[in-house]
Design a binder for this molecule. Structure first.
Ligand SMILES: [Zn+2]
Length: 89
């Protein structure tokens, strides 16, 4: 399902994406210019997608486990134009 919100989100910069089948994570090299903790957030986020592809309770559980301050990091990154996408399924 494609909501209006998803549509606008995809127009923004993608910081990373994850191809679950190929177990491949793609990161935007622009992240190198961002604070290192933002980079960590994206990497952990994409790696959690290898365990759980959807942003559901299980996904949040893993985020809490691996990066307890992920909400703070996400807020920091959201001050910048941000997006990420999943594909390959
Ligand atoms: Zn995600």
């Amino acid at each position: 399902m494609q909501s209006r919100r998803d549509l606008t989100r995809h127009l923004k910069i993608k910081w990373g994406s994850c191809n679950i089948e190929k177990k491949r994570i793609w990161l935007n090299l622009e992240l190198a210019k961002k604070p290192i903790n933002c980079l960590e957030y994206i990497i952990v986020h994409e790696m959690v997608h290898l365990l759980e592809r959807h942003h559901n309770d299980k996904f949040l559980f893993y985020m809490e486990a691996y990066l307890p301050n992920w909400k703070q990091l996400r807020a920091e990154l959201n001050k910048l134009p941000v997006s990420h996408a999943e594909w390959g399924y």
